[in-house]
Design a protein around this ligand. Structure first.
Ligand SMILES: [Zn+2]
Ligand SMILES: [Zn+2]
Length: 142
């Protein structure tokens, strides 16, 4: 029996930065989705944790604004990030000599269908990053 592997291969994800100058497409599937609470990810995102999707097979294509994309690699570490030089938004990054594509989940405009696999480096999480699901929630501003 034939399988419809081709259907899965053609999955496309679209993303962009906040100012809209940078647009990209990703063709393929994500294999892992991690929320990293380490000090570097907290500093780099300005938030409680990074939320990154990982793929060893998906292909990244810049649709517009490629010249606006900057990469920062923290010396003597494997920590790096790509961002828009106009608005600072986090953008996808290719790591390990092209073997691994890392995509900040918040940079995607299309729906992310996989759930996070795990929280990482929770030993380093912020002092206020605890039982956040018990904090009052509003649909918009209170
Ligand atoms: Zn931008
Ligand atoms: Zn981290």
């Amino acid at each position: 029996m034939a399988t419809f592997r081709g259907t899965q291969m053609s999955t496309k994800h679209a993303g962009s930065c906040l100012c809209g100058e940078v647009r990209f497409e990703i063709e393929g599937e994500f294999e892992r989705f991690y929320l990293c609470h380490c000090g570097r990810c907290r500093k780099d995102t300005g938030s409680a944790h990074a939320a990154n999707l990982f793929s060893s097979t998906a292909a990244l294509q810049w649709i517009s604004g490629k010249h606006k994309v900057r990469q920062f690699d923290l010396p003597s570490t494997r920590h790096g990030k790509c961002f828009c030089s106009t608005c600072g938004s986090a953008l996808p990054m290719v790591q390990m000599n092209g073997k691994l594509l890392v995509v900040p989940a918040g940079s995607l405009d299309s729906e992310v269908r996989i759930r996070p696999d795990a929280h990482l480096f929770v030993a380093s999480k912020a002092s206020w990053d605890d039982a956040l699901d018990q904090v009052p929630s509003f649909d918009g501003f209170p």
